[in-house]
Write a protein that binds this ligand. Structure first.
Ligand code: AMP
Length: 110
């Protein structure tokens, strides 16, 4: 989608500090970090958020769940938090599904 920030990062039209890439996913540093390490992991395919998923995405989402700890480990995180915001009321600002990985120092519980 030409007006989607994250699609433009995937296409190389907008720069990002990338830490991981494979055929399906891209991970890069959040531009406004909320923790010592704050990464965003996105599917290359434009999916709006969890509400946009269908049964056809089951394999991709399974792979994503296996990819998140792989990226965290590569970044040297021994503990981390994963968050995905769904919809404006859920705090979503960029409407291309992404998982935040937050870590690098002890995080408060909630
Ligand atoms: P969310 O509120 O869950 O939609 O999170 C969107 C995140 O994307 C925020 O943490 C932003 O700081 C981050 N963000 C927005 N634009 C960029 C960008 N060009 N590069 C990296 N991170 C970005």
């Amino acid at each position: 989608m030409s007006d989607c920030i994250f699609c433009n990062i995937v296409a190389g039209n907008i720069p990002a500090n990338k830490v991981f890439e494979d055929d399906d996913f891209l991970a890069f540093h959040d531009i406004a970090p909320k923790a010592d390490t704050h990464l965003l992991v996105i599917p290359k395919q434009h999916i709006v958020n969890l509400d946009d998923l269908t049964a056809e995405h089951a394999g991709l989402m399974g792979k994503l769940m296996l990819t998140l700890p792989k990226i965290a480990s590569q970044q040297g995180l021994s503990g981390y938090r994963t968050i995905t915001n769904t919809g404006a009321e859920g705090g979503q600002e960029v409407f291309h599904m992404h998982f935040h990985i937050l870590g690098g120092s002890a995080l408060p519980g909630f």
